[in-house]
Design a protein around this ligand. Structure first.
Ligand code: C2E
Ligand code: CA
Ligand code: CA
Ligand code: CA
Length: 277
């Protein structure tokens, strides 16, 4: 039995060494990617469910790896956060997204608001507020047309410094959305403490909506919508994949929707074709 245990241990150890070698390789490549600017942004429209007009879009990063092709953010954002590379990557995303939105405004799509995902670790940077302010000045985008999407996390509510940064951004005119709303631990505490404009209902709840009217998820969706309304916040449903979901959300007065059923995330030039329709 002992022998066996030892064997298992060394297999595990070998696995760990191999695994960390892979992560180190990925980290090296990610550093190179930052230097060589191997990232691209896709944009997914947000649609007003009543008028069916595009009211904004969300910038979603991809890594355009020279050998591996397009890599999803879920595969490298966590590593970027661990290694601190997220700060440089995040600044690139902000600049690129603001530049693109300014370009769209100049060509006539003047009401589009651009949403950018921000990791909580980016908020830890003491100069994040000045960074964003100077990016807006550099790109000449009106701050009203920038929204920051932040995912709830427990640690955040307790860190006063980060909360202050959010108030400073807000004062500058930028909007703030709580992403993946309902899946975190402290959603309600957040609403009380942060200068929030928008709640984004996580796809997890939207998935079951429209299938059976009385599923727990649809009741949660209803509750989030009325919570948002009573607090005077915008409410966005993400991950709409079917006509039924869309109907349900419209019927229950959800303002804005996003999802493959409406439009997939697209590169800027392809999204322009969608605008023109
Ligand atoms: P998220 O912010 O919750 O974004 C929604 C994700 O759902 C996106 O995946 C989007 O492409 C996908 N999606 C949209 N509509 C549908 C649908 O109808 N069905 C399904 N199945 N999926 C849908 P994506 O682009 O792979 O991004 C994944 C996550 O990576 C994002 O989740 C966000 O947390 C993070 N992320 C993306 N871009 C950035 C970025 O620039 N900075 C940071 N810090 N995080 C980012
Ligand atoms: Ca988001
Ligand atoms: Ca989500
Ligand atoms: Ca997320």
């Amino acid at each position: 039995v002992k022998e066996n245990g030892k064997d298992n241990y060394s297999i595990y150890e070998g696995y760990m060494i191999e695994k960390s070698a892979n992560i180190m390789e990925l980290e090296l490549e990610l550093r190179k990617a930052v230097e060589n600017q191997e990232f691209i942004l896709y944009y997914q429209p947000k649609i007003d469910l009543n008028t069916e007009e595009i009211v904004g879009c969300e910038a979603l990063i991809r890594w355009d790896h020279p050998r591996r092709g397009i890599i999803s953010p879920e595969k490298f954002i966590p590593l970027a956060e661990e290694t601190g590379l997220i700060n440089q990557i995040g600044e690139w995303v902000l600049r690129e997204a603001c530049k693109q939105n300014k370009k769209w405004h100049d060509t006539g799509w003047s009401d589009i608001q651009m949403a950018v995902n921000m990791s909580v670790s980016q908020l830890k940077q003491s100069n994040i507020v000045t960074t964003i302010e100077s990016l807006l000045i550099e790109t000449q985008l009106d701050p009203r047309f920038l929204e920051i999407e932040i995912t709830e996390s427990i640690s955040m509510v307790t860190e006063e410094e980060k909360i202050k940064q959010l108030f400073d951004l807000k004062e500058f005119g930028i909007s703030l959305a709580i992403d993946d709303f309902g899946t975190g631990y402290s959603s309600l505490k957040y609403l009380n403490k942060l200068p929030v404009d928008t709640l984004k209902i996580d796809k997890y709840f939207i998935d079951e909506v429209g299938m059976s009217t009385y599923s727990t998820s649809s009741l949660m969706v209803n509750a989030i919508i009325s919570l948002a309304k009573s607090l005077n916040l915008k409410v966005v449903a993400e991950g709409i994949e079917t006509q039924e979901q869309m109907k349900y959300l419209k019927k229950h007065q959800c303002d804005i929707g996003q999802g493959y059923f409406l439009c997939k995330p697209l590169p800027a030039d392809e999204l322009e074709k969608f605008f023109k329709r």
